[in-house]
Design a binder for this molecule. Structure first.
Ligand code: IPM
Ligand code: MG
Length: 368
C-alpha cells in the first residue's frame, strides 16, 4: 500500500535463520522485478534475543514492529532455552508481538499442492485440491486468560491454572474477519468450539450466530472441536473457512497442515484491525516451528516462509501479481520434482534449503 514498503525480519531460532536467507533472496527479486524496493531490517526474537539481551523480545524490537509495515518471523524456541523460567521463554517473544500488536486474526491456509498429494498421510483423493482456511483467534482465550499460574496448595500439592475467557468483542471481530474471507472464497464458514462443555463455547456460538444475518451470502455451520479434528482427517474437503479460538486453532491448524503433506509447506498471516487508512498491523510466519532436530544442517524446507512472504505481498503490500508469481514459482518447482527431506518421495530430486531457494529464484527469473 505504501510506496516504499518496509518489513521487519525476525528470523528467530533453529531453522528460522536458514529459511529466512532464502526468503531474503525472494524479497530482493520482488524488489527488483516490481520496481518497488523493499526496505528490510533484521532483528532478534526468541532464544536468539535471550542470548543477546536476556529476554525473548527487546523493547526496541517491539517498537520497530509497530514502525514497519509488517513483520516476517521465522520460528522461535529450542532445547537450549527449554528450562528457562516461563516468563522469559522464547515463545513469550512471539506471544508478546501478537498481543501488543493486537493481531487477533490468524489466517492459516491449508492448501494441498497437486504435486504433493501423495506426500500426505491421507489418501490422494481425500486431499487433492484441498483448500481450507483456518482463522484462529490469536490474542485471547487460554493463551492469555487470567488467572493463570502454578500455586502451592496447603496439602502439599501444586495447582496449575489457565483460564479460557472470551469477551463479546473478541469473538465478534475475529468472526467478522472469517465471514469476510468466506465471502471471498467458497461462501461457507464453520465455527468451532466446545459449546457442549464450555460456557466460553456457548458464548462463542451465540455471538457468531448473531452475525450470520449480516452475511446472508455465507452459509454458517457449527461444529464441536473434537468432531472437527476427526472430520479434518476423515473428509477434509467438506470445509471452506473454519473460525475457532486460540487453543483449538493451534491444534486444528497443525492437523490441517499435515493433510497437505508437510508442516514445512504452510504459511500464515496474523492481522489486526483496519485503521483509518485501511492499513492493518500484520505479522507473517510459517506454521512450522524451529525444528531443532534438523537446524543448522541445510535441510529445512524454506517454502512455508517464502509463502508467508507471498501472503504479506497480498495482505500488507497490495502486490497480488508479485504474490501470484512467488506462489506459481513454488508450484512449478514442486511439479518438477524438487523436494526437501520433509516432502521427499521416491523418484523425486532431493534438495537442501539453499538449492530449493536456488530453484525457486531461477523460476522467478525465468517467468519475469
Ligand atoms: C504456533 C505455535 C505457537 C503457538 C508457539 C510457538 C507459541 O505453536 O504458532 O502455532 O502455540 O501459538
Ligand atoms: Mg502451533
Amino acid at each position: 500500500m505504501s510506496n516504499a514498503p518496509t518489513m521487519l525480519i525476525l528470523p528467530g531460532d533453529g531453522i528460522g535463520a536458514e529459511v529466512m536467507v532464502e526468503v531474503q533472496r525472494v524479497v530482493d527479486w520482488v524488489s527488483g522485478a516490481s520496481g518497488t524496493p523493499f526496505t528490510t531490517e533484521t532483528d532478534l526474537v526468541g532464544g536468539a534475543a535471550i542470548d543477546a539481551h536476556g529476554k525473548p523480545l527487546h523493547d526496541d524490537t517491539m517498537k520497530k514492529a509497530f514502525d514497519f509495515d509488517s513483520v516476517l518471523l521465522g520460528a522461535v524456541g529450542g532445547p537450549k532455552w527449554d528450562n528457562l523460567d516461563f516468563s522469559i521463554k522464547p515463545e513469550r517473544g512471539l506471544l508478546r508481538l501478537r498481543k501488543e500488536m493486537e493481531l487477533f486474526a490468524n489466517l492459516r491456509p491449508a492448501m494441498c499442492f497437486d504435486a504433493l498429494a501423495d506426500a500426505s498421510s491421507l489418501k490422494r483423493e481425500l486431499v487433492a485440491g484441498l483448500d481450507i482456511m483456518i482463522v484462529r483467534e490469536l490474542t485471547g482465550g487460554t493463551y492469555f486468560g487470567e488467572p493463570r499460574g502454578i500455586t502451592d496448595l496447603p496439602n502439599g500439592e501444586r495447582r496449575g491454572v489457565n483460564t479460557q475467557v472470551y469477551d463479546t468483542h473478541e469473538i465478534v471481530r475475529v468472526a467478522r474477519a472469517a465471514f469476510e474471507l468466506a465471502q471471498k472464497r467458497g461462501g461457507r464458514l464453520c465455527s468451532v468450539e466446545k459449546a457442549n462443555v464450555m460456557e466460553s463455547g456457548v458464548l462463542w456460538r451465540e455471538e457468531v450466530t448473531k452475525l450470520a444475518s449480516e452475511y446472508p451470502d455465507v452459509e454458517l455451520s457449527h461444529m464441536y472441536a473434537d468432531n472437527c479434528a476427526m472430520q479434518l482427517v476423515r473428509q477434509p474437503k467438506q470445509f471452506d473457512v473454519i473460525v475457532t479460538d486460540n487453543l483449538f486453532g493451534d491444534l486444528l491448524s497443525d492437523c490441517a497442515a499435515m493433510l497437505t503433506g508437510s508442516l514445512g509447506m504452510l504459511p500464515s498471516a496474523s492481522l489486526g484491525a483496519e485503521d483509518e487508512n485501511k492499513k492493518r498491523k500484520a505479522m507473517y510466519e510459517p506454521v512450522h516451528g524451529s525444528a531443532p532436530d534438523i537446524a543448522g544442517q541445510g535441510k529445512a524446507n524454506p517454502i512455508a516462509c517464502i509463502l508467508s512472504y507471498a501472503m504479506a505481498l497480498r495482505y500488507s503490500y497490495d502486490m497480488p501479481d508479485a504474490a501470484d508469481a512467488v506462489e506459481k514459482a513454488v508450484q512449478d518447482v514442486l511439479a518438477e520434482g524438487y523436494r526437501t527431506g520433509d516432502i521427499m518421495q521416491p523418484g523425486m530430486k532431493a534438495v537442501g534449503t539453499t538449492e530449493m531457494g536456488d530453484t525457486i529464484i531461477a523460476k522467478l527469473k525465468k517467468a519475469a
